[in-house]
Design a protein around this ligand. Structure first.
Ligand code: GLY
Length: 477
């Protein structure tokens, strides 16, 4: 079943159940807690919180989403993406679990000929929050799921929030068993690769406060009414219904991946390392197209920096695939071909998106040309500071500092353009080498590896593998 069909079945099913079909909002909503829309419910947040009156009691949407927290995982796993589409049905103080659960089950298990997705009932498992007996009863007594395929999980897995203050609540997830060739028996609690999450039903009841992660936040109180927010990842569903192994090989993403393969001459499936690069390119090129379409421009801060970083990762990965020529225009064109059936507005924006992406690529390629794998002390220092602040690498930067005590600080502080830092792959250990007197300081630990990897992947320095040498001037020189 094609992605566009999966999407329209979702919208049609819930429309037939009295939901208003709401078009995807822009990725850029005016919410100070978020850079980008990171879940299908974000446009509806004021309705859950009671800050605005919902214009409809029930809604359904397929929302564009950008998530960059796990960007390093993209291409390496079967299911991480920086851009995806979240299909969701929403109730604003209207129905609650007693209807949300049977709706999801009916759409998943109805035959394809009747407008459903045709999943065999005995391949579906569900999880509920630890003390949520009510949901267990609905799953078991109303829907008929055997107790042995209902599992209870704690807050880390079965409690949903946007990751920032806002509405939250316990959730119930539906998993599909892909079979013993994909992993261990025992349900989602045993193996989340074999048992793939397909749909998350969130029972919005509370408001969360500030706090890190998925568990360590205070509950500020109850929401004005009990609501429903669900999320069914369109790309994951497409992977299952199209019988492919991962989300990069589904109909839409595959068009972009194949274009990257043609441009680079690297056949997909021939080499695991190239496959990862091809998948990264396919995922990221599409994300660039959508970000630019919604008005983001490459820059050094905030949203612009995220776009710049993602676009540069495309360029870097094309180089890893052996292509030094500009390819953004072709990759953007392929992304638009793949996605225009669902987002026709991309076609009218094509020229603008391509020229912005191509200009950024040109700037980066000429920087790489000039740098040739070398960077001045100022550049490295600036990059480290900026990275540290903007993408959470402060810890790496700090540990790197403490790892080499004052020495690296001294070297980095010589902001006179003299010191040259070089990463190379030949050394057996990590070294800090003084260009002046040849003094060598051994560096241990993982911090430098992380930093070196980031410098290689994000900024086009020579790839370092597991070793790195940094050349600079020591404090004495
Ligand atoms: N808002 C539910 C989800 O994204 O899973």
């Amino acid at each position: 079943m094609e992605s566009a069909e999966i999407r329209s079945r979702f919208l049609n099913y819930f429309e037939s159940k009295g939901h208003t079909v709401v078009p995807s909002a822009s990725l850029l909503l005016d919410d100070p807690t978020l850079l980008f829309v990171n879940a299908g419910m974000v446009p509806f947040k004021p309705y859950f919180l009671g800050e605005a009156a919902p214009p409809y009691p029930r809604a359904v949407s397929a929302q564009k989403v950008v998530r960059t927290l796990d960007i390093e995982e993209v291409g390496k796993t079967t299911r991480h993406a920086s851009f995806f589409q979240m299909c969701g049905n929403f109730s604003f103080g209207d129905y609650f679990k007693e209807q949300a659960i049977p709706y999801a089950w009916e759409l998943l298990t109805s035959p394809v000929s009747a407008g459903g997705y045709g999943f065999p009932e005995d391949k579906l498992w569900v999880t509920v929050y630890l003390d949520d007996d009510e949901s267990v009863d609905i799953w078991h007594k109303v829907v008929g799921v055997p107790m042995e395929r209902i599992q209870r999980r704690d807050m880390a897995d079965n409690y949903w929030s946007m990751g920032v203050p806002g509405p939250c609540g316990p959730c119930s997830e539906i998993y599909y068993d892909r079979g013993p060739e994909h992993g261990r028996e025992g349900g989602p609690i045993a193996d989340e690769t074999r048992y793939l999450e397909v749909w998350n039903l969130v029972f919005m009841q509370f408001e969360r406060g500030e706090g890190p992660g998925k568990e360590n936040f205070p509950i500020l109180g109850e929401l004005p009414s009990k609501s429903i927010d669900t999320g069914m990842g369109l790309e994951r569903m497409a992977a299952l219904l199209q019988g492919v192994d991962n989300i990069y090989e589904i109909d839409t993403t595959r068009i972009i991946l194949d274009r990257a393969s043609e441009l680079s001459g690297r056949k997909y499936g021939a080499d695991p390392k190239s496959d990862v690069a091809l998948r990264v390119v396919a995922d990221h090129a599409r994300t660039c197209a959508f970000l630019i379409a919604d008005g983001v421009l490459p820059g050094n801060e905030g949203r612009g920096y995220v776009l710049r970083r993602i676009l540069r990762r495309v360029v870097r990965n094309m180089r890893l695939l052996g292509t030094n020529d500009p390819s953004m225009k072709e990759l953007i064109a392929a992304s638009i071909t793949a996605m225009a059936p669902q987002y026709p507005e991309l076609l009218s924006e094509q020229g603008r998106i391509m020229s912005i992406a191509a200009a950024e690529e040109e700037t980066f390629l000429s920087t790489l040309e000039r740098a040739g794998g070398f960077a001045s002390a100022q550049e490295v220092y600036r990059l480290m500071q900026r990275e540290g602040e903007s993408i959470g690498l402060t810890t790496v930067y700090r540990s790197l500092q403490s790892l080499v005590n004052d020495k690296i600080v001294d070297v980095l502080r010589r902001d006179d353009g003299e010191a040259i830092y070089r990463l190379c792959g030949e050394a057996h250990h990590h070294h800090l080498v003084c260009k002046g007197c040849g003094d060598t300081v051994e560096i241990e630990g993982g911090a430098i590896e992380k930093w070196a990897k980031m410098m290689a992947e994000e900024h086009g320095f020579r790839e370092v593998g597991h070793t790195a040498e940094i050349f600079g001037l020591c404090a004495k020189c």
